[in-house]
Design a protein. Structure first.
Ligand code: UD2
Ligand code: MN
Length: 448
């Protein structure tokens, strides 16, 4: 009956101004309700809520052991240590080689000697300290370098593993070490710390957009597949996955020239599929993650760094389709992507398939109008207004039924970028494939 037990929400009822202030400070510092995070036990029990088919399953024996790598930069004590304890308390000892915490140059006091002391009492947990901020990609590489387990399992520093989260992933890898397996990522509410419960039928898989963003889509196929069967996923969210250590290195680990945050998940997803592996989500494995609306930490280099990372993905992996990326993110054309030769070499050495193969076989819904069908593309100038105004879609979520507007032509593409096709369509596909049609006195978006 303790706060948040069984993954329940904890709602603050105390109206005391002192409590209110603590709550506000917590949000400012961590971008989640730190007051609630602290109220919940570091050992909270989530209960075994898996589907029947998963509960009935016996997992293959023996399974390979794993090193769990948890990277963090200025993480809250409650979030980090609950992650650690949930791993310790929900993993069979024989499978858990070690937990490696990688401190990416945190500056918060509680992450110093207090953490070292606490962790020294937990036998299988080690800490690696990075002297200067390395970013999450290089931090994971530093953790992997120290790892001794046969499988590397990565987690963010604000997760909670549910019972038997490990066995399904390790079994898939034991059968075939070119499988990279993600758990179902449950949502830990950033305000109440309630943890969601996704049944196998409701599991979503990963997709990508032309701007190199990650997104979720309902699982496919909807019927037929057993509830305890792993589902192929075109991309992964990035933070939570298990992968054979040998295969991790065989496949080129990570792109070491990606900085701070972003892009590495798409890069790895494309690399896995195009170079002979499979990426999947196992509906029997559940791990919670606190989704935050903003990053609580500084982003050295700002959004240019994310664009730098994404541009590396486009340049190395997208072949002739990279133009699709540049049309969505024109700013990327002038951003320095650094030296790409090592990654291009890697792709050659691994004899990877083309991006065309990937969008034909792995993610056919990623639509690009065939070149031969495009009559014109670019801006629509309004001649009645001296051609200075352009058709503009202020529609960041790619919704249907949104009215087009006129805006000063800016030459940047994005909202003002359209294709006129041989079929007579006016297509706009910044985030989703949309077509335009008249509606009363307006022009609105609809599904093509
Ligand atoms: C998602 C992923 C995250 C990563 C990211 C894209 C999930 C649930 N999360 O964003 O793992 O793939 O997309 O790059 O799939 N960190 C550092 N150093 C830094 C910045 C972050 O160590 O410079 C740590 C941070 O403390 C956390 C992890 O990296 O443990 C991921 O960062 P995040 O939680 O801010 O990313 P998230 O979940 O928004
Ligand atoms: Mn995270």
């Amino acid at each position: 009956s303790g706060p948040g037990e069984m993954g329940r929400a904890y709602k603050v009822t105390d109206n005391n101004p002192e409590v209110k202030k603590q709550i506000k400070d917590g949000w400012d510092k961590h971008a989640f309700n730190h007051y609630v995070c602290e109220k919940i036990s570091l050992h909270r029990n989530l209960g075994d809520k898996r589907d029947q088919e998963c509960k009935a399953r016996k997992w293959r024996k023996p399974l390979p052991d794993t090193s769990v790598i948890i990277i963090f930069h200025n993480e809250a004590w409650c979030a980090l240590l609950r992650t650690v304890h949930s791993v310790l308390e929900n993993s069979p000892g024989i499978l858990l080689k070690e937990i490696i915490l990688v401190d990416d140059a945190s500056t918060m006091e509680h992450l110093g000697s207090k953490l070292t002391d606490y962790v020294s009492k937990l036998k299988v947990v080690k800490i690696i300290r990075l002297r200067s901020r390395a970013g999450l990609i290089r931090a994971r590489l530093a953790g992997a370098r120290e790892a001794e387990g046969a499988v590397l399992t990565f987690l963010d520093s604000h997760c909670e593993c549910a019972p038997h989260w490990l066995e399904p992933m390790l079994e898939r890898i034991a059968e075939d070490n070119t499988r990279v397996v993600c758990p179902v990522i449950e949502v830990i509410d950033s305000d109440t710390f309630a943890m969601s419960l996704t049944t196998a039928r409701a599991v979503q898989t990963g997709i990508l957009t032309w701007s190199m963003g990650f997104n979720w889509t309902p699982r496919k196929p909807a019927g037929g597949v057993r509830n305890d069967a792993a589902l192929p996923s075109a991309t992964m969210a990035g933070g939570l996955f298990a992968m054979s250590r040998d295969y991790f290195y065989h496949l080129g680990s990570y792109d070491n020239d990606m900085l701070v945050w972003g892009g590495e998940n798409i890069e790895m997803s494309l690399r896995i599929w195009m170079c002979g592996g499979t990426l999947e989500i196992h509906p029997c494995s559940h791990v919670g993650h606190v989704f935050r609306k903003r990053a609580p930490y500084s982003h050295p280099g700002g959004s240019d760094v994310i664009t730098h990372n994404n541009k590396r993905v486009a340049e190395v992996w997208l072949d002739e389709y990279k133009e699709q990326y540049y049309r969505r993110v024109p700013r990327a054309r002038t951003i320095d992507a650094g030296d790409l030769t090592p990654r291009i070499k890697l792709r050659k050495a691994l004899h990877c398939r083309s991006f065309k193969w990937y969008i034909t076989n792995i993610y056919p819904d990623l639509y690009a109008t065939p070149k031969k069908d495009i009559l014109y593309s670019g801006e629509w100038h309004n001649q009645a207004r001296e051609g200075k105004y352009c058709l503009d879609s202020a529609n960041p979520d790619g919704k249907i039924g949104v009215k087009m507007t006129m805006y000063v032509c800016h030459g940047m593409g994005v909202n003002q970028d359209f294709d006129f096709t041989r079929n007579g369509e006016i297509r706009h596909s910044y985030v989703k494939e949309l077509c335009l049609q008249p509606s009363g006195n307006s022009v609105v978006t609809f599904a093509c």
